[in-house]
Structures are given as C-alpha cells and as structure tokens.
Design a protein around this ligand. Structure first.
Ligand SMILES: [Zn+2]
Length: 256
C-alpha cells in the first residue's frame, strides 16, 4: 500500500541522494500565502474581467483606457502588499542551504521565493514579476513602486522615462513570448539536474512544462507534489497529491 507517509519517505530519500535539484513551482505553492489562482471560482480574473483584458498584450498596447484602468487599480494599493512567503517557500530555501539546489524555476510572478530567502541568481522567473516594471520598447526596468508613485502623482499612463514607450508590469502577458535566455537557462537546468521537483503546478503550460520531460529523458529522478493529478504523473518516480506547505518541509527535512 502506498500511503502518503511512504511517498514522503521515498521523496525524502531521493532528495537526500541528490546533488543538483532543479525545482519548478507554480501557483499552488503560493495559495497558502493567500494568493488566489487566476481562473478558479475565486480567481483574480473570474472576479475582475478587466484584469484579464489587461493581461493580454494586444488589449494593453492597443487601448490606453485598459492601461489607465490597470495603473489606477495597481496604485490603489498593492494587491499582494500583505502577502508573506509560507512554509513551502521556506522549505526551498532549506534546499539551497543544504547546497542541493541547482535552479529554482517559477511560473509565479509574486517574488515570494526571493522574499523567503532564495538567492535571486538561482531563481528563474519564467513569467516575470509584478513587482517590477519594464518598457515594451527599450531595456528600462524599475521597481513597480517607483512607477506607482508617478501614477499617484497624477500620471494616468506613465511613459518610459528613457524613450517614451509604453510601460507594463514586468510579467509575460498573453500574446508575449517568454524571454529566450530564461527558457534556455531553464532547459539547461533540467538537463543538468539529477532530481527534478515539480511543486504546485498542473504542468499544463507549454513550453515550461517540457522541462520535466527533458529532465526525465536525460536521466533525472522526478518528484511531483501537487494538489491534483498532472499529465506527467506517469513519468514521476514519486507523486504526492497533498498540501504543499505541510508536505514540502518534510521532504526537504526542514522539519522532522
Ligand atoms: Zn523605454
């Protein structure tokens, strides 16, 4: 019989035996911090269709009203101002402390891994971050708060201070390509690791879900920890359908 405790033991043994672990995280690791998903019954976009429109690059670029509404919404108060990392994020910091972390790839845009203490140079934010702003024309980047201060001071749709271009949160919107360099780094991390750990992701988003396949095909062990089944469960050495903030600390021995 394959109980959860047995699966946790098996996952823990794989972690103990690994030297280079690549982790891929998704929304599920942040839900215990109070960050809702996007499309569920209480999802951000279910409750706020305007936010979904703003997340499409064509609407955002094409319609100044979409941008103004988006900046006004952000300036009203940071959506995630009072959000803190949880035990799941902390557990991955422990993995780094044990010198086992190769790379932490995240699909999340909340920067909670870095705020928990993960080294920024180990983290690949494959979908960018909402805590920074980027120009769509040039390489200008700055903190979100810096630009929100301009919004609060009266600029409804603040242009890039360098080139006058359109500014947007430094996330990858629908209709935008992933950053090629980030994707290549993620693929390399999948090849170079000896254990691939997928946490809180349904592994449904292409192309980043390919990393788990690459890791498996190049000889890595694979652990999947997620609330629900994923299409990649059949290739995993250990599958855990369990709560992340309770289970992940046990796998990485952050708790006894
Ligand atoms: Zn610019």
């Amino acid at each position: 019989m394959d109980t959860l405790d047995e699966s946790i033991d098996a996952a823990r043994s794989l972690v103990d035996g690994a030297q280079a672990i690549t982790v891929l995280t998704g929304a599920g690791i942040s839900t215990d911090s109070g960050i809702p998903d996007f499309r569920g019954p209480n999802g951000l976009w279910t409750k706020d269709p305007a936010a979904e429109r703003a997340s499409n690059i064509n609407f955002y670029v094409g319609d100044p009203a979409v941008r103004r509404a988006n900046w006004a919404q952000r300036a009203k108060g940071s959506l995630w101002a009072n959000v803190d990392p949880n035990a799941g994020h902390q557990a991955l910091v422990e993995l780094e402390r044990r010198e086992k972390l190769h790379t932490l790839i995240t699909q999340n845009v909340d920067e909670l891994h870095q705020r928990a203490g993960s080294s920024p140079d180990r983290v690949i934010e494959i979908h960018g971050t909402t805590r920074k702003v980027a120009c769509l024309e040039c390489d200008y980047r700055d903190d979100m708060e810096t630009v929100l201060d301009r919004v609060r001071a009266g600029e409804a749709d603040p242009p890039c201070p360098n080139c006058g271009g359109i500014l947007k949160s430094a996330t990858i919107s629908f209709g935008q390509s992933l950053i090629a360099e980030d994707l290549q780094r993620a693929e390399r991390a999948a090849v170079e690791c000896d254990l691939f750990l997928a946490v809180g992701t349904s592994l449904a988003v292409f192309p980043i879900n390919e990393t788990i396949k690459v890791a498996h095909q190049t000889g890595s062990k694979v652990i999947i920890l997620n609330g629900e089944a994923t299409v990649f469960d059949p290739i995993a050495d250990v599958v855990l359908h369990a709560g992340i903030s309770e289970t992940l600390p046990r796998i990485v021995r952050a708790v006894a």
